[in-house]
Structures are given as structure tokens and as C-alpha cells.
Unconditional design. Structure first.
Length: 341
């Protein structure tokens, strides 16, 4: 809740401006506001209220002779004081649950379908940030012989993320040697945090067993690359066409800016990584976003919990996004993802 409280008439006018702008993306004039607000006031009285709201920074006039549109301050007042959250229907919940059930395998698949659910229900950009790997717990290592002198090392952490790398070997190992070494590695490392493993890895893997040394040395030498999960496995994004079709991006420069933003996955990872520390659904609007690249957008996010690690998911879109609908969508997606894996 913000400190300043508007009168009932001011709240009604501001709410009407915002709700209409969410739908039409067009400025509202006083004559239309007098019809849509439900207030028994003349257009002149409406103009006075709108002028007061403009002076106090809740609405602005995009150009001369136009009506008014909400400012960041106006949206913030709406979200904090005026919003009436919608409830997801039973059918919508069942639809979400069924899509999660269809992808109940790897976490990567589940995160991908979650981003698609968010984008389809919001008609915006849906994002899911996987739990950060350095906080994850070593699940198991698998070694697969791909060719005579090539092996695939596959690392699975307990949150379900999987990473693999291909390595060339100078000596061919027997299946018995591979299996014995993998069992040794898994026994030593299973259940330990990845962040704790690297500093003592060589000592932990020390052995005099000649049948295991070669494979273990291969694992130790490649551990840094194996535990460095690529950004494509960490951030899952869906709904590019949804956001590109918004009226806000009709101008070429605005379109190029949002495309560049979506292609910068490292920036998106950084954005969501900070938000996973927030309780509940967290909404930032325009200039409230720390990174100036996001000043034209609103972000609705929530953290989710899988075991002892947390990730974040959310929706990015224009500031006029339909908050009453999207806040419950994000909350339910986070709750369901936490339960399903």
C-alpha cells in the first residue's frame, strides 16, 4: 500500500482509465470516461478529476488533444489498492494440471511446458528460471560410450536438471571399468552440493584402484565444464509472437528493442535470479525494474521450490497487462510446479 490515498471518485476514474487502456491501448477522453466510469458526473467534472490525477502523476497525456493514459505511479496505485483479482476457473486449473502431467519426466521438459502455459494464458512472454545449479545437489553421473574413443558424461542434479558433454579419450575403457568408476564417483558425491564439491574434488576422488583411475581422472578434468549448465538449460521462454504482436511494438525501434531483449538470455537469467528471493507474487512496473532495459515493461513473477533449491517463473509484457488475471495465473503455476516435481 502506498501512502497517498485517492478519493472514491479519483479511484473510480483512475481505475476506469487503466481498465480501458488494458483492453484498447488507447487514451481515454473525459466524455468517454463519463459514460464508462458509472459516475453521475458531467464531462467537465470528469476533466477536473483527470487534471488533478495528472498533476499528481497518476496519468499523463501522450500528446496534445489526446486523452489520458496511466503512468507507472498510476499502475502501482491500481495494483496496490484497486485491483480485484480474478479466480482461475476449474476448467483453467484442470487444463494447467493436465499439461503438467503430460510432461512429468525431466525438469527441463516440465520447465518448458510451464513457460508455454504462462504465455498461452497471459498472451505475453512466459519465463521459467531453473534452480541455479551451484546450489543444486549432485544426483548421479552416467557415462555412455558413444564411439570407440568418445564418451558422453551425463550429470543429473536432484532438482532434475541434466547436463552432458562429449569427451575424447586416448585409451578405450571396458564396460567393467566404466561401471566401477561411475559407482565410485556416485558413492562419493551423491547428496553433496555442487558448490561444495569442486574445491575438494581431487582429494575426494583419490583412489589407488587402477581399474578406476583413468575414468575418474577424466571426470575430474572435465567437472568444471560438466557442472557449468548452459543458459539454454537454465532459462525457458515461450510466447515471442504474443508480445511482438502488441500495439506497443508497432514502431520499428520498439520492435527491435524487445527482440534484442528476448535474445539476451543472460540478462533474463539475471533478472529472474534476483526475484526468486521475493515472497509471493512480485509485481514491478516500468521504472521500478532495476535494469533500465525493462523500463517499458511490467514483470509479474513468483518463486517456486523444489527440494532445497528455488527457481523463479513469471510473465513479461507491456505495462497495460491484465494484472487481475495474470497475478493468479503466476501464483498457480508456481504452486503447481513446486508440487509436480
Amino acid at each position: 500500500m502506498i501512502g497517498e490515498i485517492l478519493t472514491e471518485r479519483e479511484q473510480c476514474i483512475l481505475g476506469t482509465i487503466i481498465r480501458e487502456y488494458m483492453i484498447m491501448a488507447l487514451p481515454e477522453g473525459s466524455r468517454m470516461l463519463s459514460k464508462k466510469s458509472g459516475l453521475d458526473l458531467s464531462p467537465a467534472s470528469i476533466r477536473n478529476i483527470v487534471s488533478d490525477l495528472e498533476e499528481r502523476g497518476y496519468v499523463e497525456q501522450p500528446h496534445t488533444s489526446a486523452g489520458r493514459i496511466p503512468t507507472d505511479k498510476g499502475y502501482r496505485y491500481y495494483v496496490d489498492n484497486l485491483i480485484e483479482l480474478s479466480e482461475l476457473t476449474g476448467e483453467e486449473k484442470e487444463n494447467i494440471d493436465s499439461q503438467f502431467d503430460m510432461k512429468a519426466g525431466s525438469f527441463e521438459a516440465l520447465a518448458g511446458v510451464t513457460s508455454k502455459v504462462l504465455s498461452s494464458l497471459s498472451h505475453q512472454l512466459g519465463l521459467v528460471l531453473s534452480p541455479r545449479v551451484h546450489n543444486g545437489v549432485f544426483g548421479r553421473l552416467s557415462v555412455i560410450e558413444m564411439a570407440e574413443m568418445r564418451l558422453m558424461l551425463v550429470l543429473t542434479i536432484e532438482s532434475g536438471l541434466v547436463n552432458s558433454i562429449m569427451v575424447e579419450v586416448e585409451t578405450q575403457f571396458t564396460q567393467r571399468e566404466l561401471q566401477a568408476a561411475v559407482e565410485f564417483i556416485n558413492q562419493r558425491l551423491c547428496g553433496r552440493k555442487l558448490s561444495d564439491i569442486e574445491s575438494s574434488l581431487a582429494e575426494t576422488m583419490r583412489t589407488d584402484d587402477k581399474d578406476k583411475i583413468g575414468v575418474i581422472r577424466l571426470f575430474v578434468d572435465n567437472y568444471e565444464n560438466l557442472s557449468d549448465f548452459p543458459v539454454d538449460k537454465i532459462i525457458h521462454m515461450s510466447g515471442t509472437q504474443n508480445i511482438l504482436g502488441q500495439p506497443e511494438f508497432e514502431k520499428k525501434e520498439d520492435l527491435e528493442a524487445i527482440i534484442e531483449l528476448m535474445e539476451n538470455k543472460e540478462m533474463l537469467v539475471h533478472l529472474l535470479d534476483k526475484r526468486k528471493l521475493k515472497e509471493g507474487v512480485y509485481v514491478t512496473i516500468g521504472g521500478e525494474n532495476d535494469d533500465g532495459h525493462f523500463n517499458s515493461y511490467s514483470i509479474v513473477s513468483s518463486r517456486y521450490q523444489i527440494g532445497d533449491v528455488t527457481g523463479a517463473l513469471g510473465i513479461i509484457g507491456p505495462k497495460r497487462m491484465v494484472y487481475p488475471k495474470l497475478i493468479p495465473v503466476v501464483a498457480y503455476a508456481a504452486q503447481t510446479l513446486s508440487k509436480k516435481y
